[in-house]
Design a protein around this ligand. Structure first.
Ligand code: FES
Length: 578
């Protein structure tokens, strides 16, 4: 009865104080689901699935689970799927980020507690892939990430539309009075028209590409559209690979290393990817004790061109990226900058993958050659200075460069409520040259660090034709947004960072060239203001909100919980094998 105690259904027995009884009981109960004795002898591949009626991006989950199961069975394993919580970006209050750590704990604990030899993680919407990778890294069981894939584009009056860069563009036009209510109502039904994740290089697409760059997904799978038959073939292949992983065995801690994290950062920069990905990659790497320093991001950004011509940085969509050659094409262009001895879940090194793909077709209109990039420098840059001693992020590839070297007067909003109450007030004293500053939207503010850093242009300025202004906050921004927007100011305002000392009418200097963001107020005045700051009472009294508020780290810690990060590792492996 105890012939294979450490494999398949027989491992990790429920504790009744009698091991053989526990195994007998487990087999009795699982047989109620109709499994034969022969099937129960096989290694088990768990499938962490995350379907939900509150997650449109995961609409295709059932057929993906079926296809993964097909692959597992074909390779001689027993597939057993199980649910975890699901995070549908636009359905969660206050924000999906607040629940990312909860999902990661769900994934980690269910992978660890249930009997499985490897696991396939199926996610897609913004926070789900980071949560699954964080959980898998901590559990460190052989694991493969499969993403649901991006949506196809829709059409409106002959123009292609895709969530959600176009959502924001049309909403901006509506606010500026350039399109009517009837048209925006029509557009509402044409932005998100298929299963899958947002159709541009937003957070979900960026994280799908990062999962592949880390080596945690099968090569070539990140960009396959959700409704393409190749997506189901990728799911089947993922199931087969998950069985092979058991024999290897290759664990997340061998795949996610300092070197593969640097590869992922290069890819993020070359994609012009989402600012949110910095937070997520920091949290994923942090589970394995691997640091992601913003100073290092700057060094990589200065030597990594933007190569992928997708919205919001460029003008194409994920379906175009897939057709153009996808991640393989990008990695081949980036080859001179990558650590090539990193391994993926296939056991193959990146060098072996790229050698095998040498000469594959690329559409250079979408994935530009290394020496003819979309932008010569990486998409993201970290800023430091008296306003953000531990850093802030600017997506320079999706911003107005004429605003990069600039000093401005502060128009301050002290909270999200204040912002929404006053931003469109015709009496608001604001000029196009002013800097809009938002306080109290960071990790511990009680707002859950929303994607509110994309402060709307005040209506009266929008109607006058102003398209971009410098906007500064401790909030995040959707990966699909465009603008000169300084985000993740750390330490945040609610934690008493310098942002909390800003007052209406102050002046701030931004210099992207010098990587600086400075509050131009003298130290004595700042000290005086600090004494005036109100004492902060805890906002959450119970439950997960209390756990979150007491333990969430700042943006430079990936907004993970302080008790979930791994012991620090040295940076072995990041400076070799280029
Ligand atoms: Fe799910 Fe955009 S809403 S990926």
């Amino acid at each position: 009865m105890t012939d294979k105690p450490e494999q398949g259904i027989a491992q990790g027995l429920t504790n009744y104080g009698d091991r053989d009884f526990a195994l007998y009981l487990r087999r009795s109960f699982i047989k109620s689901m109709g499994y034969s004795g022969a099937m129960l002898q096989k290694p088990v591949v768990g499938i962490a699935s995350s379907p939900s009626g509150f997650n449109n991006c995961h609409r295709s989950m059932p057929e993906l689970v079926d296809a993964v199961k097909r692959g597992v069975l074909a390779a001689g394993g027993l597939p057993i799927d199980f649910p975890t919580i699901s995070l549908g970006e636009v359905f969660l209050n206050p924000t999906s980020l607040m629940f990312r750590n909860l999902m990661s704990m769900d994934v980690e604990e269910m992978v660890r507690a249930q009997p499985m030899d490897s696991v396939v993680l199926i996610g897609g919407c913004d926070k789900t892939v980071p949560a699954q990778l964080m959980g898998a890294a901590a559990a460190d069981l052989p694991a493969i990430q499969l993403v649901t894939g991006p949506m196809m584009t829709g059409r409106h009056r002959g123009e292609r539309l895709g969530a959600c860069t176009d959502c924001r563009r049309f909403w901006g036009s509506f606010r500026a009075g350039k399109i009517e209510q009837l048209e925006i109502d029509t557009i509402e039904g044409r932005l998100a028209t298929t299963a899958g994740t947002c159709a541009v290089m937003g957070t979900a697409s960026t994280m799908a590409c990062i999962a592949e760059a880390l080596g945690m997904s099968l090569p070539g799978t990140a960009a396959i559209p959700a409704v393409h038959a190749d997506r189901l073939r990728a799911a089947e292949a993922t199931g087969e690979a998950a069985v092979r992983l058991i024999g290897a065995p290759i664990r997340p801690s061998q795949v996610i290393t300092q070197a593969s994290v640097e590869n992922a950062l290069r890819v993020l920069l070359a994609l012009g990817g989402s600012t949110n990905a910095i937070i997520h990659l920091t949290a994923i790497a942090g589970r394995l004790g691997i640091p992601v320093a913003l100073e290092r991001l700057n060094a990589l950004s200065d030597t990594t061109p933007v190569l992928v011509n997708l919205k919001p940085t460029g003008d194409s969509y994920m379906e175009d990226f897939y057709a153009a050659g996808g991640m393989g094409a990008l990695l081949r262009e980036l080859r001179p900058l990558l650590h090539l001895d990193t391994i993926s879940v296939t056991g193959e090194t990146l060098r072996q993958r790229l050698d095998a793909e040498r000469g594959a077709w690329v559409d250079h209109r979408i994935v530009r050659p290394f020496n003819d990039p979309v932008e010569p420098l990486g998409g993201l840059v970290a800023l430091f200075g008296s306003l953000a001693p531990r850093g802030a992020i600017l997506k320079r590839s999706a911003a107005d460069k004429s605003l990069f070297e600039k000093e401005g007067r502060v128009v301050l909003f002290t909270s999200l409520e204040d912002l929404s109450a006053r931003i469109d007030d015709p009496q608001l004293e604001v000029q196009p040259d002013d800097f809009l500053v938002l306080q109290n939207a960071g990790p511990t503010s009680g707002s859950g660090m929303p994607e509110a850093g994309y402060l709307p242009i005040p209506k009266k300025l929008a109607q006058a034709g102003v398209k971009d202004m410098v906007r500064i906050s401790d909030a995040r921004m959707s990966g699909t947004a465009f603008g000169t927007i300084v985000l993740h100011v750390t330490p945040e305002s609610a934690a008493g960072g310098p942002l909390s000392l800003v007052r209406n009418g102050d002046r701030i200097r931004l210099s992207v060239q010098q990587r600086r963001i400075d509050l131009l107020v003298d130290d004595a005045e700042l000290a005086r203001r600090r004494l005036e700051l109100p004492l902060r009472a805890p906002l959450a009294k119970r439950g997960y909100a209390k756990l979150y508020q007491e333990h969430v780290l700042q943006a430079d810690g990936g907004c993970d919980f302080d008790f979930l990060t791994g012991p620090a590792k040295t940076d072995a492996g990041a400076s070799q094998d280029q």
